[in-house]
Design a protein around this ligand. Sequence first.
Ligand code: GLC
Length: 554
Amino acid sequence: MADLNDMAWWQRTIACEVYPKSFLDMAGQGTGTIAGITAKLDYLQKLGIGAMWITPCYKSPMVDNGYDVQDYYAIDPSFGTMADMDELIACGKKRGIRIVMDLVFNHTSEECSWFVESKTSRDNSKADWYIWRDAREDGSAPTNWRSIFGGSAWEWCEERGQYYLHTFAKQQPDLNWECPEVRKALFDIANWWADKGVGGFRIDAITYIKKPPVFEDGPADGEDGLYPVHAATANTPGILDFLHEFKTAVRDGRDIFMVGEANGVAAEELDKWVGENGVFDMLFEFSHTHVPMGAAEIWCRPVTWKLTDLKRALAASQAATVSNGWYPAFFENHDQPRSTVNFFRCEGPLAEKAKVLGVVLLTTRGTPFIYQGEELGYGNAEWKSIDEFDDVQTKAQFDFAKGEGLSDAEALAACVRFSRDNARTPMQWDASEAAGFSTAKPWLPVHDDYVTCNVAAQEADPDSVLAWYRSLAKLRLGNDVFLAGDWHELMADDEQVMAFERTLGDVRAVTLANFSDEPVTYDADLVEGLELLAGSMGDATTGELRPLEAVVWG
Ligand code: GLC
């Protein structure tokens, strides 16, 4: 049992993720600004938010919306200025909301001055800062690795006469962490931001920083003859040495947290990554999001899944972090389709589905991360053609899917279902044009449903998803059992209901969420002696759940 008094501030709070480009535009330009985030701190405060991860807003050519950093010490002019960022940090602090910066340390933009120099020759001062290799004898790429966004992970550089490795887009060359100067430069950046008073860091794509000692071809798994770079390089032995160095240089002695984005770390390995002996405070691992999407690179192949698959993944992550570390609970982020579509196999109103997920997110053990708009319960957007998408990955995935033999229509359907742009449509503030996001044409189309599904409308409706989120946030923050209590799964084999109990001393709370569109019954003894703390449909009957009903008893 955790002791509330021993818990860090970030374990006792609710976190959110903001995608600045789509949050609120205060400059009338069609893309969001940092001042727009500052303007909405009250809104976030009402949601119980104490930590806000904002995706990268450093100077960037924006090939991957900021995940291609040109200058880590500058704010991209499209987002505003460093003064705007300082203001956000200061105003956030006043409201008890600490800012969490996104550190993109596996790669930079090709326009970063480090790469600009590195590519000029084999003997400049940054010659070893990236992963350079000679071509094979026939001039082809050094290995058959496929980048995460599709196509070869190698790009030929005429100037230097060598290939460089890019785990993501070709405009995002991978840094060489073996080079001590690279590590020092990165740790300096993190310390510079920590000194500004941010509350923590989310560290991007961290499992890829260590490359294997020998680069070899792997067995092709797609029609393109390529082998996933993820399989070749993720979580390479020795990676934790780099990360311990990082922790010592940046995290130690500061009241901040570090959450790593760690695709490729299994629940069983978590104890080496988080907690006392680990390197991070929390780790975003993706075992549960892989359930509906499939973990494989061949993402467009259909996946069949059951609720118990999702439950097992979540339970395994809970189990892995019980004795060690802490769990960041999430169903959405800027790389995932909307959860109301992703995690349900049945029909039914999106608002009810959003409430089902909301109850799990806000009563589970760990720090919940709410992604912007999740608290309103949107679905995916209504994409009609591949040209409407902006995302570099979606466009590459469309081509990849066609290479796998899918027709145009099938490839589009796969993108509509899974595209990251589903999470990136502008935040829906009100029913005015462009959903109150901007006075200019938004960079991505606003979701069709914004006229009814928006913050202003939901603030006026006590039964809205937003009202549900706010009341759950109050419930969580006002009851230690949700913050510090143990977590035990209930009804583990049930294919319709996700259920768990939280216990702290003799206090007990039970969450039951019906993920199906059918009424279900459960053993009423599970909630014997407890009172209804929250019901997504108002009242509730013990032993019964209506379709897509979620309840908390305690
Ligand atoms: C992470 C980010 C994603 C980005 C990628 C490359 O997965 O979340 O948005 O495209 O890293 O930086």
